[in-house]
Write a new protein. Sequence first.
Length: 134
Amino acid sequence: MEKIKEFFKEDKFARYNGIELLEVSRGTAKAKMEINENHLNGIGTVHGGAIFSLADFAFGVAANSHGNVTVAINVNISFMKAAQSGTLIAEAREISLNPKISTYTVDIFDSDGELIAIFQGMSYRKGQKLEDLH
């Protein structure tokens, strides 16, 4: 899994937004984002796009954890509760894995362990290996 961690260190969007990969294993990933003022919307809560980006990153890592290049083909998110400060944690887990399609659920929690959002993603597993990209 160290290769996967190294590969995702190159994700410039995640780095720019303060998203950090904490854990990865086959079919799972855990990432965090420390909330700062750049993550807030006009009413002072974390912007839905920031929450989505955190969830999407964890989803991408979990989906690619098998070593194949895997890309999103459908995603959706449901927001359960607003967040304003602290840290958000995204925990992705594989629901199904087939030769071409895999599905994942990502739960996003705040610092108190409260559920903030639920993200579901479906991905297409390409024939190319991640190690062939670099």
